[in-house]
Design a protein around this ligand. Structure first.
Ligand SMILES: NC(=O)c1ccc[n+]([C@@H]2O[C@H](COP(=O)([O-])OP(=O)(O)OC[C@H]3O[C@@H](n4cnc5c(N)ncnc54)[C@H](OP(=O)(O)O)[C@@H]3O)[C@@H](O)[C@H]2O)c1
Length: 304
């Protein structure tokens, strides 16, 4: 028996990249999966890709989690189609791409990121709990009736330049998840937070190889996570085996934030063969970040 056979799962932001891989894994694990994206085109693209991989049993819905009416309509559709909901992954996020430094940030843009990343998470979990989880029977294996995994980021702890909105939202997510776990835990619902670091997305295809190698050198494993890695961790946290996880914050960033400085910034640490940042970090390299920002490195390869 597959882990999510006969279960109904919702993945927000499942139309591409990490979210699509999460949808893919739950389908392989036997679930019926609803996912959302922000437009007809992006949802159709996600559905086409899932069908190309041989999947059935998925339902794409257009929903901006920043809007209460959209979230309500999405839950209406799930209720109408499936009549129940067992698990939710809140993955949709506004990455705050191209944001300027904090003093120049536009207030409306800042609030928009918080509205999607924090407000959207609250809306989706509230509606899932009120409309489905709290009305459903207890699972005899766990004594619980619903589970949520929120996708956060290691930037909740170690912030990035020109990312005040995004980092603030992911920091706030830690408190939001704890509050949800506290208020819903005694009613049989688990809520946990997964905090990835670098995740390979299709945006990496547009990065210069030197930038990819530099990012990998910022980890302790020499590689970024894949969407599949994130999906595997989310599936564990939503499975019956994780019934003792409640209000937990699980960092999965390939060790990127264990050390005070990244390896390339240590004067006395020889880098493994092929890990980068010797000669190409000594140039005045402008690094296009995954989220569209730009980091200018100094001649020592450190950010300035
Ligand atoms: N990529 C990384 O390196 C990284 C690192 C740490 C944490 N994370 C976290 O991992 C998650 C996925 O990241 P990603 O890079 O895969 O994201 P992504 O490529 O930007 O995709 C975002 C997904 O969320 C959807 N979305 C965006 N705004 C939405 C809204 N208002 N309502 C509903 N859906 C919305 C998008 O739909 P459309 O297709 O319609 O735009 C898309 O499906 C995010 O929570 C992110 O913060 C990512």
């Amino acid at each position: 028996m597959k882990r999510f056979e006969n279960k109904v799962v919702l993945v927000t932001g499942g139309s591409r990249n990490t979210g699509l891989e999460i949808v893919d894994l739950f389908l392989r694990e036997g679930a019926r999966v609803f996912f959302c994206g922000t437009s007809e085109a992006s949802v159709a693209k996600g559905e086409t890709e899932l069908a190309r991989r041989g999947h059935t049993g998925f339902h794409g819905i257009v929903c901006d989690v920043g809007k209460t009416s959209d979230v309500t309509a999405m839950m209406d559709a799930i209720e109408c189609e499936a009549g129940r909901l067992d698990a939710v992954v809140t993955n949709a996020a506004n990455l705050g791409q191209g944001e300027p430094a904090a003093p120049e940030v536009d207030e409306a843009a800042f609030l928009d990121v918080l509205n999607v990343n924090l407000g959207g998470t609250l809306r989706v979990v509230q509606e899932a709990a009120r409309r489905f989880f709290l009305r459903q029977e207890l699972n005899p294996a766990t004594g619980q009736r619903g589970a949520v995994v929120c996708i956060g980021s290691n930037t909740a702890h170690h912030v990035q330049r020109r990312h005040v909105s995004y980092c603030t939202s992911k920091g706030g997510l830690e408190s939001l998840v704890k509050c949800l776990a506290l208020d819903l835990g005694s009613r049989g619902v688990r809520v946990n937070l997964l905090e990835p670091g670098y995740i390979w997305t299709e945006r990496w295809n547009d990065l210069p190889e030197a930038v990819r190698r530099k990012r990998r050198a910022n980890t302790l494993t020499g590689r970024e996570a894949t969407g599949g890695d994130v999906a595997a961790a989310a599936a564990f946290l939503l499975s019956d085996e994780a019934r003792a996880f409640q209000g937990s914050i699980l960092k999965m960033d390939s060790g990127a934030t264990v050390a005070l400085y990244p390896p390339y910034a240590e004067d006395n640490v020889p880098l493994p063969e092929g890990w980068c940042c010797g000669d190409d970090a000594s140039s005045s390299l402008s690094e296009a970040r995954d989220d569209g920002g730009v980091v200018v490195t100094s001649t020592t390869g450190r950010e300035r």
